[in-house]
Structure formats: structure tokens, C-alpha cells
Write a protein that binds this ligand. Structure first.
Ligand code: 13P
Length: 395
């Protein structure tokens, strides 16, 4: 089970002077290409899903594939919501399996950004999930020409960064030091002095958005100054696009599969190149030693009911699936009836938590308490409840 705590992962990178690639994925070819690169180079990897890309894929379906890819990998993986726009998006991402979330309220005035970010941090930390915040403005749009989105860079200031991190409790900070999202002409000018001061002030893993188009020297200096997570998309998308264009030029190319042939390989090559440049190649074994695995917890309740007919039991279960399934950190609510007639308990709840932190936050959550006090406990005097942590730690 190589899904690991993203906080542990980025701390290791911070303390050992390298950066982990956070590659945005939009399809199975991207997942395959990125994971193959990480496996081949024995590198930790962050698979990111950007809310700005949700028009191009079904978040729910792609998350299932990303999680499966992480489970079967041998290298440490974190799954991240990139540019999350709201508290609701962050809850949805955690409940679908993200092990880190970004809250992007950087377009708001500082104090509003703080309030918005703080709410996400409180919710996510109660689920044991780390949060990336952003200060300043990195213009452009992933996957598009930077010239089409010519906003001005707003640089992160040292004073704001200190205040924001203290007031919000974010685990990682995305800083604006001159990068731009998307395809650029030429290399951007980066403010390394500013980055060095932010790093000295905060002592916290830093994140760079808009990795596409930066040179190896620039990456080296970013990493020297505390950058441990590099967000990268446009160059992967362009490698995929070039491959499709080349396929289209071949006389035999007709039909979808021929058009996308080799796309995952093209993405793999570009991701592997970055992994080498960012120094994360060959870090997998040391990182697995250092990082806590992310283990789901199954909250198991078996029970018998009194004073409810069959319809009443079904209604109570349906209400529980709806209410409890929306609580932050709840991955799935299974309700079941005993198959054997002589079972000591007739019914069950299996509530899967994202991790052990959710045991407390779920118990105390107002929606859980209301459901338990009004719908469940009055009819289920006879019950047994146990939390089980996944025993498959991957070792
Ligand atoms: P690029 O598309 O410029 O690589 O930036 C990606 C990014 O920052 C995603 O958050």
C-alpha cells in the first residue's frame, strides 16, 4: 500500500534537498505515463487532479483509477486536489480519496483568503489530510498559451506569507516568484532572493506552480531555496499532443486507438526527464522508510433493531448512507443485512474512514450525532461497534 502521508513525503524532500513532481492528470494515458515514469525512476510521485480540468474528465471515475494505480505501485504516492475552489470541493476530494488538498483563494484579499483557507484547514486536519495554500498570483492557465492569459504576476511578500501561514495553519505554501501557468515564450525571470527570504522565514515545504518552461538551472535554485513540490502539466499535455499529431500524419491512422497510440509513452518520457532534474529519482526506498502509510479505517457496527418494521429499517439505512456519507473523511457507507438466519446481529454499517483521525472527527460531527441520537440509537439498543485499521501496510 504505497499511499503515504503527503506531509511526511514533502518533509523528507525538504530535508534532503529535492522536489517531488505533482503531475496533473486528465486521462488514463496520463495516469499510466506518470506512474510508469515514477516506477522506472523509483521516485515518489504526487498525482494531481485540478478542479480547473473537471470539464475534461469525471472526477469520481478518474479518482478510482488513480487510487488503484497508487495501490498497485511500488513507489510512494500521494493524491492531490489541485486548485480546489471551495470547502465543498475539498470535502469531495477527501471523500473520493485525495490524500492532500490545495485551497486556491489567492485571488481574494488577504484576510478573506485566510478565512477561506482556515475553514479548509480545520476540516482537512480533522481528517488527517494536509493542505496547500497559495499566496500571490501565478497568471495563466495550465495547458494553454500564457499569452492568452496575460495577467500580471503578483509576487508573494514575506510579511504576508508569515501572517498567512500562522493564521491558517497550512502545511505547504505555493508561492508566486515569477512563474506562469501554461506555455510560455522564453524563460520567466524568477525572484530567487524573495524565495530565499520566504524559505528562511517559514521553514515550510514550498510549492511552485507553472513548472512548464523552466530550465534545469532554475529548478536547481528553486529546490535549493525550499521548493519541494513542482506542479507540472502543460509540457505533458504538449508531449501527448505532439504524439497524436504525428499519429495523424501516418497513412494507417484511423480510429481512436490509432490516434492515441503511444501517448502514455510520450508522457512517461517527459515525466521521467523532470524526475531526474528535480532529484527525486532513486528516493523511493528511503522515503518509504520515512513516511507513514495512509491506512483506511473501517468503522464497523453490527446491530439489531427494535420498534422498526422492514421499511423503517430500509429508510433509516438510506438516510444514514446519505447523511453519514457526506461527512468529511467518510469514503463509503455500506449498509447490510445478515445472510445467515441465525446471525447474532441482523444488520450492519461499514463506514470507511480516510484514516484514523476521522474516528474522532466523525464521532463529534454534528450530522453524525444528530443521526445517531434521533434515527439510529433509539432503535438499536443491541449493537457492537469497533474501528479496524487496514492491516496491509505494504511491508
Ligand atoms: P504548467 O501547466 O505551467 O506546468 O503548470 C501546472 C500547474 O501549476 C498546475 O497547478
Amino acid at each position: 500500500m504505497p499511499l503515504v502521508h503527503m506531509g511526511d513525503m514533502l518533509r523528507h524532500a525538504y530535508e534532503n534537498g529535492y522536489a517531488v513532481g505533482a503531475f496533473d492528470v486528465v486521462s488514463l494515458d496520463f495516469i499510466n505515463g506518470v506512474m510508469a515514469a515514477a516506477e522506472d525512476r523509483q521516485a515518489p510521485v504526487i498525482v494531481s487532479l485540478a478542479e480547473s480540468h473537471f470539464a475534461y474528465f469525471d472526477f469520481d471515475l478518474l479518482m478510482a483509477a488513480v487510487e488503484r494505480a497508487a495501490e498497485r505501485s511500488t513507489v510512494p504516492v500521494a493524491i492531490h486536489l489541485d486548485h480546489g475552489e471551495s470547502l465543498e470541493s475539498a470535502v469531495r476530494a477527501i471523500n473520493l480519496g485525495c490524500t492532500g488538498v490545495m485551497v486556491d483563494a489567492s485571488s481574494l484579499p488577504l484576510e478573506e483568503n485566510i478565512v477561506h483557507t482556515r475553514a479548509v484547514v480545520d476540516m482537512a486536519h480533522a481528517c488527517g489530510i494536509p493542505v496547500e495554500g497559495e499566496l500571490g498570483y501565478v497568471p495563466g492557465v495550465e495547458g494553454e498559451d500564457a499569452e492568452r492569459h496575460p495577467g500580471e504576476v503578483v509576487y508573494t511578500t514575506i510579511a504576508d506569507a508569515r501572517h498567512y501561514v500562522e493564521a491558517t495553519g497550512v502545511d505547504f505554501l505555493a508561492v508566486s516568484v515569477g512563474t506562469v501557468h501554461g506555455r510560455m515564450k522564453g524563460e520567466p525571470q524568477l525572484d530567487f532572493q524573495r524565495l530565499a527570504e520566504i524559505n528562511q522565514t517559514l521553514g515550510l515545504p514550498l510549492v511552485i506552480h507553472g513548472g512548464t518552461g523552466l530550465g534545469s538551472e532554475q529548478f536547481a535554485r528553486l529546490i535549493e531555496n525550499g521548493v519541494t513540490k513542482i506542479n507540472y502539466y502543460t509540457a505533458l499535455a504538449d508531449a501527448a499532443g505532439r504524439r497524436i499529431q504525428a499519429n495523424l500524419q501516418s497513412a494507417e491512422c484511423s480510429g481512436y486507438t490509432a490516434c492515441v497510440h503511444g501517448v502514455a509513452d510520450a508522457i512517461q518520457q517527459e515525466a521521467a526527464r523532470c524526475i531526474e532534474v528535480w532529484g527525486s529519482a532513486g528516493r523511493s526506498a528511503a522515503l518509504l522508510e520515512h513516511c507513514r502509510p495512509r491506512l483506511p479505517v473501517e468503522h464497523v457496527i453490527t446491530y439489531n433493531t427494535e420498534g422498526l418494521d422492514e421499511t423503517g429499517v430500509e429508510e433509516m439505512m438510506a438516510e444514514g448512507r446519505r447523511t453519514l456519507g457526506a461527512i468529511p473523511g467518510v469514503r463509503r457507507v455500506f449498509t447490510g443485512h445478515a445472510v445467515q438466519d441465525n446471525a447474532a446481529y441482523r444488520h450492519c454499517w461499514l463506514v470507511r474512514f480516510a484514516g484514523s483521525a476521522v474516528i474522532d472527527s466523525y464521532r463529534d460531527h454534528v450530522d453524525h450525532q444528530h443521526f445517531a441520537d434521533t434515527c439510529f440509537r433509539p432503535h438499536a439498543g443491541s449493537r457492537m461497534s469497533i474501528d479496524f485499521e487496514d492491516s496491509d501496510t505494504g511491508h
